[in-house]
Design a protein around this ligand. Structure first.
Ligand code: 2HG
Ligand code: ZN
Length: 452
């Protein structure tokens, strides 16, 4: 649907013609998600340069009743940031302001368009660190990770994005600004709007900046890639290590098919053959290697251990884990089912998923990996049509039956919208609807996402 000429002219006046992109050649990269599973189209990608422009563009779209999809680095994996219904794309990538680090408060205020990698380097230059880290760090943005409450590789120690959030600046769909960036450690003054907007997936307001907590660096760091005799042994170890390894920052899980695929696709050396591997990393001000080695040595089912201490060695070990997303995508757009199970059901779930999927879709391949320390498995299924709902249905029902969550860290997006009722009661969903109506009064923000 072309935009009303008048609206387009008004938006262009606000942001300048070089920041309104039209036509497939220019908008294609904003209309398809990273996996290639979700393909939309847009009449225009609008790239405001500051919060006033964001507010003015939203107010204009609200006036015309024109739906808008906010977008950061477009690294989401649930189709939550692409214009599936022909919406205007509001790209926040130009909001790249980055205030000096407040070292006394251990915090920083960052614009929505700052990438996680830039934020990490900015914090490091001031002797601190941003605790959220994820493979898409050089594209994923502050705004996108706040809007989706992104998790990543260090949740077991530091929590997900919401746990880092000290304040927020966001624009409502009618152009009004919510700003609460003071970032006081103690600030008990009513509704936690930052916490509410975090994870709202662009349905309530457009995040333009965030005040984020930083953490002290842990200069001594050791990574171990541990091979196990069985998947059950690896899962048991992940549960035990979460409490037993001092300074543990990551406990990541892989199975033999996945590490084989990553090695082949990314040209890495083959690992020791084993049904499962855990990658565990610990860090602190003292060298964690001996303590980590002692815990690993007393763990049942360990077949082999590779240890990395230098940055280069550690990075080589991490490639096997971080490379999964990229290697799997080379097989064609996957179905991604990012789920959490209670720890004592995790092994049952991992055991049941492949046969449950293959019974319904014999040509499908199931890839299992994830953040075992958080009970979070990334079930990826390839060899299934992008719009085939059958696999999602069987896996998500299995998750709910075992007391798990259908989204651990990627969000609901458009991918899991039909199944939200598996985890949320009718009363909760009616509270969601009331909140949506109260904040997005124009009813134009991300209409194909989250809410059933
Ligand atoms: C990860 O843990 C990301 O690497 C992506 O959450 C997971 O590709 C996936 O399914
Ligand atoms: Zn993940």
């Amino acid at each position: 649907v072309p935009l009303a000429t008048e609206l387009l002219a008004q938006i262009t006046e606000v942001v300048g013609s070089e920041h309104v992109l039209e036509g497939d050649d220019l908008t294609a990269g904003f209309s398809v998600d990273w996996t290639g599973r979700y393909r939309g189209h847009t009449p225009a990608v609008v790239r405001p340069g500051d919060i006033d422009e964001v507010a003015a563009v939203l107010a204009l779209c609200a006036e015309h009743g024109t739906p808008v999809v906010p977008q950061g680095g477009n690294t989401g994996l649930v189709g939550g940031g692409v214009p599936l219904g022909g919406e205007v794309v509001l790209s926040l990538r130009r909001l790249t302001s980055l205030a000096p680090v407040d070292t006394a408060a251990r915090a920083v205020t960052a614009g929505a368009g700052v990438t996680i990698g830039e934020l990490q380097r900015h914090a490091a230059a001031a002797g601190l660190e941003y605790a959220v880290d994820l493979a898409s760090r050089d594209s994923a943005t502050v705004g996108g990770t706040v809007a989706t409450n992104a998790g990543g590789l260090r949740v077991v120690r530091f929590g997900a994005t919401r746990a880092q959030l000290l304040g927020i600046e966001a624009v409502l769909s009618d152009g009004r600004v919510l700003r609460h960036l003071g970032g006081l450690t103690k600030d008990n003054t009513g509704y936690d709007l930052a916490g509410l907007l975090c994870g709202s997936e662009g349905t309530l307001a457009v995040v333009t900046a965030a005040r984020l907590r930083l953490v002290a660096p842990r200069p001594q760091r050791t990574t171990a890639l541990v091979a196990f005799a069985s998947i059950g042994d690896a899962i048991d170890a992940a549960g035990a290590w979460a409490g037993a390894v001092e300074g543990v920052e990551a406990i990541e899980f892989m199975v033999s098919d996945g590490v084989g695929l990553v090695a082949d696709r990314l040209g890495l050396a083959r690992l020791v053959a084993a049904p499962a591997h855990l990658l565990v990393e610990a860090a602190g001000s003292a060298d964690p290697t001996d303590a980590l080695a002692a815990v690993v040595a007393s763990t049942p089912g360990v077949l082999d251990v590779a240890v990395g201490r230098s940055a280069g060695q550690r990075e080589r070990l991490w490639r096997y884990r971080e490379g999964h997303t990229e290697a799997i995508n080379q097989l064609g757009p996957p179905h991604k089912l990012d789920v959490t199970l209670p720890h004592d059901r995790l092994a049952d779930f991992i055991d049941a998923v492949p046969s449950a999927v293959e019974a319904l879709r014999p040509g499908a391949s199931v890839w299992l990996f994830g953040h075992a320390g958080d009970g979070n498995v990334h079930v990826n299924v390839t060899g299934v049509a992008p719009d085939d709902p059958v696999v999602d249905d069987v896996v998500l029902h299995l998750v709910a039956d075992l007391g798990g969550s259908i989204s651990a860290e990627h969000g609901i997006g458009t991918a899991k919208r039909p199944w939200l009722g598996l985890n949320r009661s009718p009363e909760e969903l009616s509270a969601f609807a009331a909140i949506k109506g109260a904040l997005d009064q124009a009813g134009i923000l991300n209409p194909n996402v989250l809410l059933p």
